[in-house]
Design a binder for this molecule. Sequence first.
Ligand SMILES: [Zn+2]
Length: 191
Amino acid sequence: MRLVWICALTCLAVPSAFGEGITIVLDFQGPRSERSVAEMKREFAGIMKDSALHFDFRSRSQASREDLSDLVVVRFTGKCVMDPVGYLYDERGPMAFTYSTDGIVQPFSEVACDKVTSAIRSAMAGGDFAKSDLLLGRALGRVLAHEVMHILSKSGAHGRTGVAKTALSGSQLIAPELRLEPEDVARIHGR
Ligand SMILES: [Zn+2]
């Protein structure tokens, strides 16, 4: 089974602090499938349901018109769509990362859509291709949950199982269920 490093921490300087209501700003740099984005939000909400936190999503343009606090900004690079024909991308390097400064995790993440589509395409078989939009959304929801877990826990620590593992395979990203474990919820709440 091929495991892909799901994330790494890199550097940027902005302070962060969170209440119980958190706005996630989705900043798509390239094309995306609205069906996949809707499924990503649904999957994310399902994973985070035990966190007792409330999440709202905004586009970058919506966010610039509103006065928002407790923001997480997630930039999606590359093509967040499943093309009918697969392209070969360099799968080395993380699928996503979250910025940190002097060891302090910042509320900014970046998701490399091309690496996510590559990873799940290699794990898809048979009828999966007919629902590839939904599977991409599911995978993106899990990658997003992983990065938001780092931001909320203010930690680069990983779980032993579930969505907070250090590395996830394409098949784990599209499997029927991948959970946030109780220890991850405790980490999010600083316990
Ligand atoms: Zn991670």
